[in-house]
Write a protein that binds this ligand. Sequence first.
Ligand SMILES: *Cc1c(COP(=O)(O)O)cnc(C)c1O
Length: 950
Amino acid sequence: MTFEYTDYEPYDFANRRHIGPSPAEMEAMLKVVGADSLDAFINSTVPASIRQKAPLEWGPAMTERQALDALRETADMNRNLVSLIGQGYHGTITPPVIQRNILENPAWYTAYTPYQPEISQGRLEALLNFQTMIADLTGLDVASASLLDEATAAAEAMAMAHRVAKAKRDVFFVDENCHPQTIAVIRTRAEPLGWSVVVGDPFADLDATAVFGAIVQYPGTYGHVRDFGDVIAALHRTDAIAIMAADPLSLALLRTPGEMGADIAIGSAQRLGVPMGYGGPHAAFMAVKDAHKRAMPGRLVGVSVDSRGNRAYRLALQTREQHIRREKATSNICTAQVLLAVMAAMYGVFHGPSGIKAIAQRVHQRAVLLTAGLEKLGYKVEPDAFFDTVTVEVGRLQRVILDAAVAGGVNLRQIGNDRIGISVDERTRPGNIETVWRAFGGDMTVDEFPLTYRLPEKLLRNTAYMTHPVFHMNRAESEMTRYMRRLSDRDLALDRSMIPLGSCTMKLNATAEMLPITWPEFAELHPFVPADQALGYKALIDDLCAKLCQITGFDAVSMQPNSGAQGEYAGLLTIRAYHRENGGAERDVCLIPTSAHGTNPASAQMAGMKVVPVRTAENGDIDVGDFRAKAEQHGERLAACMITYPSTHGVFERRVAELCDIVHAHGGQVYLDGANMNALVGLARPGDFGADVCHLNLHKTFCIPHGGGGPGMGPIGVKAHLVPHLPGHPATGGEAGPVSAAPYGSPSILPISWSYCLMMGGAGLTQATKVAILNANYIARRLRDAYPVLYAAENGRVAHECILDTRILQEKAGVSVDDIAKRLIDCGFHAPTMSFPVPGTLMIEPTESETKAELDRFCDAMLAIREEARAIEEGRSDRLDNPLKNAPHTVEDLVGEWNRSYSREQACFPPGAFRVDKYWAPVNRVDNVYGDRNLVCSCPPMEDYQEAAE
Ligand SMILES: *Cc1c(COP(=O)(O)O)cnc(C)c1O
């Protein structure tokens, strides 16, 4: 026998792990699209005029082990101390059963936003649990399914107050006891809208006749727990709106915002089992009185029924409202914090109300101990009554004490130059308290102190919460594990099949990229630790920013925005600040093509700009004539244009540089929506072809999973002239105000994007782009005889996605785009993007991660659907009684009477569907109208489940 070494490289990540098609498959696909080689294909697809000159280069691609070693080295540069800093971020214990089965489980983290309710029942139920828990804890009627962070939730609440308040005024009052980052984000948000912000003591400084609303914090950032009943009553007497920022854990023990009369409560659900992560991601919440539920920003899960009358969940009301209401949308929130809201909800399910109460009591007990000790040492501690946070007057000893605490392994909060703040939490151990005492100069043990409580007597909670049976399961872990498994089994995520959503880039989220996010050195850092404890984060963020600069052709990147839409908003604010500084304060017009994503006009409105729509030409490109005319018309008032490239129509427009030139000639700035960066990385750089600023969706192009609708990261890259105007932050400095609560948005998910860059290398990223474009063209080629490809370049090529015109099926067979989407569920697929950017069409984006076999399975399913429609057209199938109209089919369709005109076999096992691994939707088609008419947004009572099952 002869022995030969093979040249197979098992860890050649770039080509064989991340990229779906094998070399042989790629060859076959190139034949189908009619190209000799991948490079020839790309040359005929991406315009030469925009191609970048130099290849991406940062050394060879790393293997998984090498990348994990680099991540480990970087993590070790962070110092993970005990942080008792508080200020909106607290240590918490993620129950391992939740860490493993939710956070580390692709069935949860690779799911998409639940727009298709039939394949999202699991996460919709989890979000409904979140809403129920938050509504109960805050004592309000309706809670939504998550916002980005506490500070932006406060800003959203202010904007909502302005919309709903009967008082038509333009002043907003902010409690000086709000967290500093909350105050700063509110200021950022108010300024371009022309509202003034007054910060002060609500009991002394609030003139209720002058404001449209006010926000107070409970407990305050320095620990005070106050009764705001009178303040709120005063606001209501003048038709103003009362908002309370509240700590959900404290509400287990304290009277609720609802009982005090608040109209809106907001806060962070971080300490309900979600690690601090150096600032994020975590779920913020908002709860409101029933009267205001239709004005809430973000997403709301509601209860409806399916076509059999069975209970089914769905997103209610404002689903995709940005796409309809555009600049009049209630907010620009698109990606939110679903995965983190699910974790917090599961924390509630896991502990139940008794467990949550016990945790809150234990936290309070430790705060009492800590305070008793400090008082014994002779310090003046404020306030008298508190939940978990106190402030100590230390005068000139401040630095000494803070340093001594750090030396003992504990971070405390520096307040001004003479006070120290301390917040204890679920993780605080007796030893930590003794360490704090030692830092203050006392050698005592916790056993020396009697147990008392120091909550304000009058504000003790005496109402029940979390009474729903879901929060009262048997506490055995077997039950918990199976509950989470049952819910995830109801959903279709990337771990089952491709999710060909145009514009959303549902690519592989490699396991090796995911591992580091739960390492304590990344997961457990407080966002406001001293800089020398976060050197690993600094190195990672600096290097990732440098790579993103190289990829985009920009000079600097801000990591603050924690979603694409927040990136748009931050980018437009940057442009606005630039104009103001350069004598262009009157520039407030923003040109936006009608085909733009709905977040574009919504963000422009938030940034105080006037949206001027630009027409689309016959071929789907931006109408350059109209663009030029609008730019000229608004001349001196032109602030910016927002364009997406390649266009939302999935085409590389040849004249993009010309559009940029037109805007620049009139003194405007070019904002590029970078959601389609997956078509550009390594091939073309927005900074080279004329953009001044651009956001990147790291949760699209750079492998952060969608988490069922969040988290995300939307950093912005800018040209040098805009750098001074990037978002600043009270904790890190900078001229401009912050757009997020934390300086780097949601930094604990950045290791995902960084390891992706390391493991792909520049060449691998470029190859990924090429294959993404190949995959899209392959699908377009295979399907174009059945469904016209709506837009393509002159040579028939599309970019990394394509729009299929399904409107002919409506005309000929009465088959709607909805019918096709639901039938795809029977085939085992998530529908492509529906009706964006063109109503009645499907936009397909396969990404580079899908194999030819999976693309073929999808194409076969789409072709079979076309044949089913043809049967209707030709009268061989009934117009109403057919598998398309009745899709999706469930196991209920396998049993009982069957009097349809087609077989059960055809109903349940169309091409694409697996026989053994068949995905069964848990509900038949969901009735949207019923759900909005009968709006129920918390868990229905248990007897209803019974009813629904009958
Ligand atoms: C996804 C997307 C956005 C918004 O990003 P979020 O992170 O969801 O806020 C904006 N524009 C386009 C074209 C997109 O596809």
